[in-house]
Every structure is written in C-alpha cells, then in structure tokens.
Design a protein around this ligand. Structure first.
Ligand code: SF4
Length: 334
C-alpha cells in the first residue's frame, strides 16, 4: 500500500497509531508472504575491510580488531554443513576485502552450486561492474548491499570517501544484470532524523527491493561513535512495519543486530509486529572450539549476537511460522 511522507511520519511519531500500524503490517505480511519463513545460512568469511565506516567495528582504522580470512576449503565445507541442515540459501558475507579476487569468488560460487541445490546471496560491498557481472554469471543469485541512509550528507559523513549516489547506481546495475537485489538501512545513526527514516521507507517503496535488511545502530567501543546511544527498538520496529506495508511481498529479514539490541524477543517482535519473514542464522563454526570462535568472530557490532540455526528455529516456532522448504527466491519475480 503506497504511503506519502506525511503518513509515514505520522506512524513513526504517533504512539496512539502503533496498534493500527502493527496490525496492518502483520495483515500485509500474511496476505503477500503467507505463514512460512525463510532461513538463510550466513557464512562470514572475512572481517577485513578497506572501508572506514564510522559505525562499524570492522572499519580499517580499528587496529584492535582481530581479523580473519577463511580459505576456500573452509568456506565450501561450511556451505556443505548449511546444505545438510536443509537450508536452501547460503549467504557469503565479508567486509570489502579485495584479497578475494573475482576469480576466487567465482570458483567458490561454482563449486557450491555444483555440490548443492541452493541459492547464493552475496554481501561483499562495492566491487566493479565487471565483477558483479562475472559473479552473476558464475551462479550467484542475489546481492545484498544496504544503502544505510538516504540522507546524502549523513551517508558521506558516516562513510568517508563514499557517495550515496554510487551505491544507488550499483543497486540499479545489480538489478539490471539480473540479480535479486537487497538493500537496507540503519535505524538510530547519530544525526539521523525521523524525516531521514521516512526517506528510507519512501526509497523502499520506490525501488521495491527483492530483499531488505534493517538493523539498529549499535555503538562499537572501537569506533568514533562509541559514546552515542544505540538505536531505539520501538522506532526500529515501526520502520520494519512501514517497510512491510509499502513493499508488500519483499523478503524482510530480522537482522542479527536486532538480536544484539534485544536477544530472541527482538526478532520475535519483528516477526509478529514488524512484518518480517526471514531469519539469517550465523553458520560460522563458533560452537566447535574456543579457538575457532575467536578466529571467526565477525564483530561489526560489539558483542554482536549471532543467532544460531537452532535459535532461529525456536524464534519461528514462537512466532507460529513454518520453515519454507524452497530456496526462497524473490516473491516479486513469480
Ligand atoms: S559496514 Fe561493511 S563496508 Fe562498512 S566498514 Fe563495516 S564491513 Fe566495511
């Protein structure tokens, strides 16, 4: 259902409209996405990053961060584990790490596709147009790249050296190539206004992404934003709900940063009030040994809570959702 800016601001600010908003979001989710939910198994394969985003613990200036890179064999074996767990989407996520050449990434994608009947989502940040094309041709199905905020000035302040228009152009290009495209914003960035959030929601309405990932700002102690308060949970929940209403059938994930702000209950509420239909459990080998836990900890947010596959299943059960058995491709392309 299309909304204008004034209506969005009303829902974001008027407490008395909350029940109506959440109920509309849940009705929309039910009508356009049904009662099933998709699980996407995420492999965070590198926490090196060439960017210096003020809000992120992985920023290159953070010299205290313990960095890791997985080799190809480790990535493939984790993909095997995910597929064995009957999860039909594998998300390959990293910082913007040019150590992984396009050729290496294409080999990984091809090998996973050769071994398993799964969809692959990439979340690798900005790369060249040629890279995007080759990654798609290698078999990747989806590309997730958050726009973070539609306030251009704030974007450029938060992401030194980067321009919002370049990111938006990249999203357009990814769609043109054939990728199912995902984007998303951060709620609660220092300096962000209600008007900015309304602009994010209007962008979702206009662009109609195949997938959306919304998360709260979480101050990381090793960043310049360490003393700012985290994003407000209730406001974030309204952003989720409005996003569902304006995008109808977009896959919307209750991100792991939501669980960092409010464990378990946070993602549950995103499902029952915010219109979410996707969870992205972390599939790095945390549980295996203490050493590996340290070695493969992504930590873009402090003490970031990564929901395991078992926890994700529990949340879906609490929310009364069944796990979808298909690959969970875009509902906009049927
Ligand atoms: S948000 Fe992504 S691109 Fe930005 S510093 Fe963190 S890992 Fe790098």
């Amino acid at each position: 259902m299309p909304l204008v800016k004034k209506e969005i601001i009303h829902y974001l600010t008027d407490k008395t409209a909350e029940d109506e908003l959440f109920s509309k979001a849940d009705d929309t989710r039910k009508q356009y996405c049904g009662d099933t939910a998709n699980l996407r198994g995420v492999i965070h394969f590198s926490n090196y990053c060439r960017c210096d985003d003020l809000y992120c613990g992985l920023r290159k200036s953070n010299k205290e961060m313990k960095r890791f890179r997985m080799d190809t064999e480790t990535i493939i074996s984790l993909a095997d584990e995910i597929a064995k767990n009957s999860i039909k989407t594998i998300v390959l996520q990293s910082g913007e790490d040019v150590f992984y050449s396009c050729k290496m990434l294409c080999q990984i994608i091809k090998e996973i596709k050769r071994l398993h009947d799964v969809a692959i989502t990439l979340s690798l940040g900005e790369r060249s147009c040629d890279d995007y094309k080759r990654l798609y041709e290698a078999g990747a199905d989806r590309y997730l790249m958050k726009h973070e905020t539609m306030n251009e000035e704030l974007y450029e302040k938060m992401r030194p050296g980067r321009k919002l228009k370049d990111r938006l152009k990249a999203l357009e290009y990814l769609r043109e190539i054939g990728f199912q495209v995902g984007t998303g914003n951060i709620v609660g960035l220092p300096g962000q206004t209600i008007e900015d959030l309304a602009k994010d929601i209007l962008f979702f309405q206009d662009f109609q992404p195949d997938m959306i990932n919304i998360g709260p700002f979480i101050p990381h102690k090793q960043t310049p934003l360490k003393d700012y308060p985290p994003g407000d949970f209730d406001l974030m929940l309204k952003v989720f709900a409005l996003t569902r209403i304006v995008t109808l059938n977009t896959h919307i994930a209750a991100a792991n940063t939501v669980a960092t702000l409010r464990p378990i209950e946070g993602q549950y509420l995103c499902f029952v009030k915010g219109g979410c239909n996707v969870l992205m459990p972390n599939c790095n080998p945390f549980a295996e040994s203490k050493e590996k836990k340290v070695e493969f900890e992504f930590q873009c947010a402090p003490k970031k809570r990564y929901v395991s596959v078992d926890e994700a299943k529990e949340i879906l059960k609490m929310a009364g959702r069944k796990i979808a058995q298909d690959k969970g491709h875009s509902l906009k392309r049927r």
